[in-house]
Design a protein around this ligand. Structure first.
Ligand SMILES: [Zn+2]
Length: 282
C-alpha cells in the first residue's frame, strides 16, 4: 500500500503538471517522460518492474497505469499456517507455484545466490541470522540481497533451538535481529522461520507482536549428506514426492545449493511451476 501511495502522489503531480498547475519545468515534458521520472522514484522503493510492465503493455493513460500497478501489488497468495503451502487468494490466481526460501544467510554464498536468482527473474525469501550479518561481508551481502529486491526474513540472531532458551532470550533472538535488519536495510522482516523449525508458544507470541508470520517449509534436502552435491540436489528438488502446488522449498546458503540453483529453477519451470514472488504473499 505504501508503494501505491507514493505512486498515486507521483501521478497526481503528473496530472497537475500536464494541466498547467504543476511546476513550470515539468509542464513541457510529455506524459511518457513524466512516467519515466516516476519510474526512477519508484525504483528507490524497489517496485520499478511493475511500473515498467504497465508502461510496456502500452497503457494509454496514467489512470490505467495506476490500476495496472495496483493490480500487480495486490497480494495474490496466502501462507496456509497448517501446512506452510502457498495458496491463491482467488480462483483466478495461478496455483501451480512454489516458494523459494534460502536459510542461514548471508553466510558465504548468499549474495551470489541472490544474483543467480535475480538473473533468472526469480524472487525468494532469504532468512538471515544475526551471526552471519555481523561477520565478514555479511552486512554488504544483506544490503545487496535486499537491493536486488529479495524479501528478507528473520531466522534469529544465533540459530539456537528456541525451546531450550528462556522467554527473554527467545524474545531477544527475534526482536534484536529485526532491529539490526531494519538498521541495515530500512525495513523490518514480515516473515519468521525458527531454527530447526522449532517454534514455541513464546516465539509465536513474539512473532505476532512484531507483526510477522512464522513459517516452516514443506520440503528441503540440501542438509542431508547424500544431497550435498549439485547433481543429487537438483534431481531431488525437481522430482521430490513432496513437489505439489504451493510447495514451500527450503534451501540454504551452501556451496552445492549455489551450484544447483539454476538447474533447480529450470527443472521446476520445465514442469510448469511458477516461482512465487514473496511480495505477492499476504
Ligand atoms: Zn537454519
Amino acid at each position: 500500500m505504501r508503494y501505491l501511495i507514493i505512486l498515486m502522489c507521483g501521478f497526481i503531480l503528473v496530472i497537475t503538471g500536464c494541466s498547467g498547475f504543476g511546476s513550470t519545468e515539468k509542464e513541457s515534458l510529455p506524459v511518457e517522460d513524466e512516467i519515466h521520472i516516476e519510474v526512477e522514484k519508484v525504483e528507490e522503493v524497489g517496485e520499478r518492474e511493475e511500473l515498467d510492465n504497465a508502461i510496456d503493455k502500452g497503457v494509454s493513460s496514467t489512470e490505467e497505469a495506476i490500476e495496472e500497478v495496483e493490480e500487480t501489488l495486490q497480494p495474490k497468495y496466502k501462507l496456509n499456517p497448517a501446512n506452510f503451502l502457498i495458496q491463491p487468494l482467488q480462483e483466478a490466481v495461478e496455483k501451480k507455484v512454489v516458494l523459494f526460501t534460502i536459510d542461514d544467510a548471508p553466510d558465504q554464498y548468499g549474495a551470489e545466490m541472490a544474483q543467480i536468482l535475480y538473473d533468472l527473474d526469480v524472487n525468494a525469501i532469504f532468512f538471515v541470522n544475526g551471526i552471519f550479518i555481523n561477520k565478514g561481508s555479511g552486512k554488504e551481502q544483506l544490503k545487496k540481497i535486499h537491493e536486488l529486491g529479495f524479501e528478507i526474513g528473520n531466522h534469529t540472531i544465533s540459530h539456537k533451538n528456541l525451546s531450550k532458551l528462556s522467554a527473554e532470550e527467545q524474545k531477544r533472538e527475534i526482536v534484536e535481529l529485526n532491529d539490526q535488519i531494519e538498521e541495515i536495510i530500512g525495513e523490518r522482516p514480515r516473515f519468521f522461520r525458527a531454527p530447526f523449525g522449532v517454534n514455541t508458544d513464546v516465539s509465536k507470541q513474539v512473532v505476532k507482536e512484531e507483526g510477522m508470520q512464522w513459517m516452516n517449509w514443506t520440503y528441503g534436502y540440501d542438509y542431508f549428506k547424500e544431497y550435498t552435491n549439485r547433481e543429487a540436489l537438483v534431481d531431488i528438488m525437481v522430482n521430490a514426492p513432496e513437489l505439489i502446488d504451493g510447495a514451500n522449498l527450503l534451501m540454504h546458503d551452501r556451496k552445492w545449493t549455489l551450484e544447483a540453483l539454476e538447474d533447480i529453477v529450470t527443472g521446476l519451470r520445465d514442469k510448469g511451476f511458477k516461482i512465487v514472488d514473496p511480495k505477492e504473499i499476504k
